[in-house]
Design a protein around this ligand. Structure first.
Ligand code: XIL
Length: 330
């Protein structure tokens, strides 16, 4: 069965992908994406370092390839991402003398970037991660904001500007604030309160994205349940934007293979978590995996190079127990 059909009454079901996987548009990777998903996200192709590597010099070669694959397949395409501290070239943050850019210069660059990238696909990308990973409680900044160069130059205001520029560039796109570890109570609260402040100022935030890079043990389905519930009062939609489940609970383990017992455990856990998503199908509009097959998962290189089996399909694109747990109605 096709995953998107299984969840048709609940939310869109999606996957990220890389253009390298769809080099052959009729190959097995492309076929798997088309069969199971009605929402796609480009894994890297729309990030700043890919689309505007040098100031004012835009390169949409890979972005277009990803976008056109989704479009030709009739699959909704999510934009990821506009303003982030990572995979963003250094020039964005410095002036020609090598000093930290002024706020004005930063906003000028941000505006042109957002206008150009969003403008290219105007009306055709249903949702954008306008800002990504802006909360980091460990940085000890007021309101839990990440101490990124964006923040150092412009303070919290850069987040408002990003949403304003995005709304102007494509008024039809749903504008998201996206982050990881949203189940952590402190981080969750900071993110919630930030959205509340933005709303109070009339900033157009349409949704909160939970990346949901989780592992075989944490967080519990109960904590995920509480997380979705914690954002309900904001009255905005929620998406699970980058779901995967690492086989490891630390950065040092490394296994040769994925023991059967662990495969079954992963399957039960995916099932349990999707039961939570279903319970909140009035709030959650999409659940998107960060990749489809274990061989191509980013967790094979992050945080270290090692085997990992976080997704629904194995190295040979065969369905895993985790897949069957999701499609089995019982
Ligand atoms: C990852 C990609 O999957 C990797 O290929 C790349 O090397 C690093 O970025 N949170 C995000 C994603 O918002 O953009 C990240 O994607 C994974 C974590």
């Amino acid at each position: 069965p096709s995953l998107k059909d299984v969840f048709a009454g609940d939310f869109m079901l999606g996957s990220s992908f890389l253009v390298s996987e769809i080099a052959d548009p009729d190959g097995p990777h492309a076929q798997l994406l088309e069969k199971h998903f009605n929402a796609l996200t480009a894994g890297n192709e729309l990030k700043w370092d890919a689309t505007e590597p040098q100031e004012g010099q835009f390169d949409f070669t890979r972005a277009d390839r990803a976008f056109h694959f989704a479009q030709a397949s009739g699959i909704a395409f999510r934009g990821h991402t506009l303003v982030w501290h990572s995979q963003t070239p250094d020039w964005v943050f410095y002036d020609e003398k090598g000093n930290l850019a002024s706020k004005e210069l930063l906003y000028e660059r941000m505006k042109r970037h957002i206008e150009t990238v969003m403008g290219r696909y105007k009306g055709q990308i249903y949702a954008w991660d306008v800002v990504n990973e802006v909360i980091e409680p460990g940085d000890n900044r007021p309101n839990g904001l990440r101490n990124s160069l964006w923040y150092q130059i412009a303070g919290e205001e850069y987040i408002e500007k990003a949403f304003e520029f995005a709304h102007a560039a494509d008024p039809d796109a749903k504008l998201f604030i996206n982050d990881y570890n949203t189940h952590q109570p402190e981080k969750r609260q900071f993110l919630h309160d930030l959205i509340k402040r933005l709303q109070a100022k009339g900033i157009p935030v349409d949704g909160v994205g939970h990346q949901m890079h989780i592992n075989i043990q944490y967080p519990s389905a109960q904590e995920i349940d509480e997380t979705i519930a914690a954002f309900a009062d904001l009255g905005i939609e929620q998406q699970i934007t980058e779901l995967d489940m690492s086989s490891y609970t630390n950065d040092t383990d490394s296994w040769e293979s994925f023991p059967l017992e662990q495969q079954i455990r992963q399957a039960y856990r995916y099932k349990e978590i999707f039961d939570v998503f279903r319970k909140y199908n009035d709030l959650i509009t999409a659940v998107i995996f960060w990749g489809k097959d274990d061989a191509n998962s980013w967790l094979r290189t992050f945080p270290v190079v090692r085997n990992n089996w976080p997704l629904l399909f194995d190295e040979r694109l065969q369905a895993k127990y985790a897949y069957w747990a999701l499609v089995d109605p019982s």
